[in-house]
Write a protein that binds this ligand. Structure first.
Ligand code: DC
Length: 221
């Protein structure tokens, strides 16, 4: 089985680029952020807020998160229900970020991620895939773009959806998230020493996919 680990900051286009690259190569794409989002949703449903002033382990002891692949597409199950759409709300995003800083939550999701890579040829994306989850992955990529470029891409998406935001707001949100992800105590976002740096600041979506597919082919074939 071949494992490709792709890490990088929020808004770098990891998921869409990784999904397209996986399709091209016939690999399964595993989005680990969705697992943190499912756990975040569970805490939201349990009545917790982002301070997580609750007994985290006892909530986890009553939580079942599963990944399923339907026609090659990942679905995420929480306590037997498909929550793949529900985890995309802004509330679930905030809770995902809060729970992802908790060691109990990271431990809870670790084996599930490793098992997904043991059973399939995968491209797995997240924040700590190359550094913690799959340190022996055949290919490690750190996919990034400048904060300004990521903010512009996100801003365009939000405006298309009819949101009322300014570019400055989106940029400061991205910078804050980078700081939170890179400076948390446990499994912080960082480039693994042996990861290839892929900076897509000057790339279109198609060029980004080409870049990633090229890096993978060079190392695997
Ligand atoms: O990639 P995303 O936005 O769906 O991730 C949701 C949250 O989970 C985000 O705050 C970062 C966190 N996360 C993480 O800590 N480790 C991962 N491997 C994937 C996501």
């Amino acid at each position: 089985m071949t494992a490709v680990a792709i890490d990088g900051p929020a808004g770098a286009g990891k998921s869409s680029v990784a999904r397209a690259a996986a399709k091209r190569l016939g690999y399964i794409y595993v989005d680990t952020g969705a697992l943190y989002r499912a756990v975040g949703l569970k805490f939201l449903k349990s009545g917790a807020d982002t301070t997580l002033n609750c007994d985290i382990q006892s909530v986890l002891d009553n939580t079942v998160v599963e990944i399923k692949f339907i026609n090659g597409e990942q679905r995420v199950m929480l306590d037997g229900n498909d929550v793949s759409d529900e985890i995309r709300t802004p509330e679930a995003s905030k809770m995902a970020s809060a729970v992802s800083a908790k060691p109990q939550v990271r431990a809870f999701l670790l084996e599930m991620q490793r098992k997904a890579a043991a059973d399939n040829n995968v491209i797995m994306d997240g924040r700590d895939i190359a550094t913690v989850v799959l340190p022996d992955a055949e290919v490690k990529i750190y996919l990034t773009a400048s904060a300004e470029v990521r903010a512009e891409r996100r801003y365009k998406e939000l405006i298309e959806k009819g949101a009322d935001v300014s570019l400055d707001e989106v940029l400061s949100d991205i910078i804050n998230r980078d700081n939170a992800d890179m400076n948390r105590e446990i499994a912080p976002l960082k480039k693994a020493d042996d990861a290839v740096l892929a900076d897509t600041s000057d790339c279109s979506f198609d060029e980004s996919v080409e870049l990633i597919v090229g890096i993978i082919k060079e190392r695997v074939e």
